[in-house]
Write a protein that binds this ligand. Structure first.
Ligand SMILES: Cc1cc2nc3c(=O)[nH]c(=O)nc-3n(C[C@H](O)[C@H](O)[C@H](O)COP(=O)(O)OP(=O)(O)OC[C@H]3O[C@@H](n4cnc5c(N)ncnc54)[C@H](O)[C@@H]3O)c2cc1C
Length: 328
């Protein structure tokens, strides 16, 4: 029990029996943090049935803990909060780490509130201080500055990190698997899912894609986004959109990149006909490599691009698709 107390926890998000790729990034980084803090690392999975997730999560954690309840068959913020709170009471983890996905932003602040502690979201780096506390780096003012945050309270510390902020590494640790029945009651869950509607053609979660191909108003109309889809498919990426595009109903809201949309950090971000307004930049400026195509040489997007092409995107896009096809 002593080792189980004070562990570093990674809350694993999963859907349809599959963990999200970000879980491996978090476990890789959390391993280093747990080692520096001399703590165990536990992967925490909330579910009804564990399936084969235990096998797939092994490598970095010392333990994979399944918090099980019939009320966790469907995600709910109340169910997750109640289960994590109840497990916290038993085990008192030092650090609870999740991704800053839309779902985690639903339940993690509730958990922080219930534990009467603070929370840092959108973390892009984590380290352990000499004093044995943690230091979290996160962007602020739309990515123009970084903040280094240290908790001024004793644990638990609660941190949500950006997908793709940390590299996934391999580990050879054999995790112990543990099943814990958590006592959640029907009355704990005040809001529940009545129906799931999945959008046709939503191939990939934008925030987890390693390539994002975004179209702005320069795409001229919804009918041209097929070209971007082709390019995204060839590169194994996802299609994004500027707000102007979403407001014009050319693309659905879940594709919007920016301050009021999604924050993405792909290895490659390609922007076609996007002007580069600050509200857009806020959603993509941690991308590793940026390519912009715009026929206005003064477009702001070029300030953020590693490669800029000043030309008509309708000339460039088909050529690019052709070139990548033949290179493949
Ligand atoms: C509170 C607030 C929140 C916001 N949140 C977001 C957000 O989350 N995401 C977001 O994107 N925006 C957001 N915005 C809006 C943002 O300020 C911009 O208005 C928006 O990003 C502009 O979209 P755009 O670049 O597609 O369009 P435009 O600014 O109209 O730019 C179109 C670009 O396409 C180029 N172009 C045109 N034709 C061609 C061609 N044939 N070939 C090549 N280039 C061409 C033009 O030169 C131009 O640069 C927000 C605004 C506010 C006030």
């Amino acid at each position: 029990v002593a080792a189980m107390e004070g562990a570093v926890w990674v809350v694993v998000e999963h859907e349809g029996g599959q963990e999200k790729p970000v879980a491996h990034e978090l476990l890789s980084e959390a391993r280093k943090v747990a080692d520096s803090l001399r703590r165990e690392l536990h992967a925490i999975v909330l579910c009804r049935e564990p399936g084969d997730l235990g096998k797939r999560l092994t490598g970095h954690p010392d333990r994979v803990v399944f918090l099980q309840s019939p009320f966790l068959a469907e995600y709910s913020a109340d169910g997750y909060t109640a289960a994590l709170h109840s497990a916290w009471q038993q085990r008192k983890p030092t650090l609870i780490l999740s991704s800053s996905s839309l779902r985690a932003m639903d339940f993690m602040p509730k958990l922080a509130c219930r534990l009467d502690t603070g929370m840092v979201s959108e973390a892009t780096a984590l380290s352990v201080t000499e004093g044995g506390s943690i230091r979290v780096r996160r962007p602020t003012y739309g990515g123009r500055f970084y903040l280094e945050v240290e908790p001024n309270r004793s644990p638990p510390w609660i941190v949500a990190a950006r997908p793709r902020a940390f590299a996934r590494t391999d580990g050879d640790r054999q995790a112990e698997i543990e099943m814990v029945a958590v006592g959640i009651q029907d009355s704990d869950i005040r809001a529940r899912t009545m129906e799931r509607v999945s959008r046709q053609g939503a191939a990939m979660d934008l925030t987890e894609a390693s390539v994002v191909v975004t179209g702005g108003r320069g795409m001229k109309g919804p009918e041209h986004f097929g070209l971007l889809g082709k390019l995204a498919d060839l590169l194994g990426g996802a299609v994004g959109a500027s707000r102007a595009v979403v407001d014009s109903k050319w693309r659905p809201p879940d594709e919007q990149v920016g301050k009021s949309g999604r924050v993405v950090s792909p290895s490659l971000y390609m922007a076609f006909g996007v002007s580069g307004a600050v509200h857009h930049i806020m959603g993509m400026d941690t991308s590793k490599f940026v390519v912009a195509v715009n026929n206005d040489p003064k477009a702001l997007i070029f300030n953020y691009a590693d490669y800029g092409i000043v030309d008509d995107l309708f000339q460039i896009l088909p050529e690019l698709i052709k070139a990548i096809r033949s290179a493949k």
